[in-house]
Design a protein around this ligand. Structure first.
Ligand code: ZN
Length: 289
């Protein structure tokens, strides 16, 4: 494997969210020569949508995605309507920011207001996800905003996403059609014995206009041991994921997009000097991916 093109490096802004505001992250990336970012909605809301769009234009940074929409299942029709309305706002924001796709973390079992699951009907939750994506596509497709399903590791099936494999994401794309694709996050899918085949399948399934189903590629590493299910992701090269191998599958499937570093790390990287974190992301992208 040759080293990846450094111009493809993108920073998911969660990686230094504990240390910096979004404005500081944008300036930091510009300073370090990282030309792409993928921001989160709460960070954009805090700094202001128009101010963020202007800041991106001023620095010349581009987006590799926008995080995130989804969370479709809800215990009642009012909850699902609220999710629908919020997802439409996410599409509008993604358009304002010039994002290439809106990433969908689809949601798990329906929950009450306190966040406690109120149902064990996993198949029903998956049906709500399917219906929610179909409805959102009716809004996003004519607006020209691709939706990227991010399959999450099965340990999040109850609370975050009940789409847990590339095969499930590919099946939803097959069913729901153009305007829908997949965000491949190595942390969530590296263990899957069908990963190579499903990446190849996603690359083969092109829309009528030729656009690929592979919309995003998220990088970090799986640490052994992992101390927290959510907030103990590793820096590329510090864990057990064969990143160059998965990148080779993505490239063989035609993916030419960004390599987005996304590290939630409460006890390590979120406690480091953010300039050091960005420098480490750049170095590891060159040597470990
Ligand atoms: Zn991700």
């Amino acid at each position: 494997m040759t080293a990846p093109d450094p111009a493809l490096l993108s920073l998911n802004t969660a990686t230094v969210r504990a240390q910096w505001t979004l404005a500081q992250i944008i300036d930091g990336c510009a300073r370090h020569g990282i030309r792409r970012i993928s921001p989160w909605r709460d960070q954009v809301a805090k700094d202001g949508l128009q101010a963020t769009a202007a800041h991106l234009r001023a620095t010349g940074l581009e987006l590799s995605g926008y995080c995130r929409g989804g969370m479709f299942p809800a215990p009642d029709a009012a909850g699902r309507a609220a999710a629908r309305d919020d997802n439409r706002r996410a599409v509008d924001e993604a358009l304002t920011l010039g994002a290439p796709c809106l990433v969908l973390v689809v949601g798990g079992l329906p929950k009450d207001a306190a966040g406690t699951p109120v149902s064990k009907d996993l198949a029903g939750a998956r049906a709500m996800v399917r219906d929610g994506i179909a409805e959102l596509l009716d809004y996003a497709r004519p607006a020209g905003m691709p939706l990227a399903i991010e399959p999450l590791h099965p340990m999040y099936a109850a609370d975050r996403a009940c789409v847990n494999t590339m095969a499930h994401a590919n099946a939803l794309c097959d069913e729901l059609g153009d305007g829908l694709g997949i965000a491949v996050d190595v942390y969530h899918v590296w263990w899957d014995p069908d990963l190579a085949r499903e990446i190849e399948r996603a690359g083969r399934a092109r829309a009528a206009d030729g656009t690929s189903r592979l919309l995003a590629f998220h990088l970090c590493d799986w640490l052994v041991p992992t101390h927290d299910l959510l907030l103990d992701r590793g820096m590329m090269g510090d864990g057990v994921i064969d990143l160059p191998l998965i990148r080779s599958w993505m490239e063989a499937a035609g993916y030419r997009g960004a390599h987005e570093v996304e590290i939630f790390s409460a006890n390590h990287w979120w406690k480091r000097d953010p300039d050091e974190v960005l420098a480490t992301c750049k170095a590891r992208h060159a040597t470990a991916c």
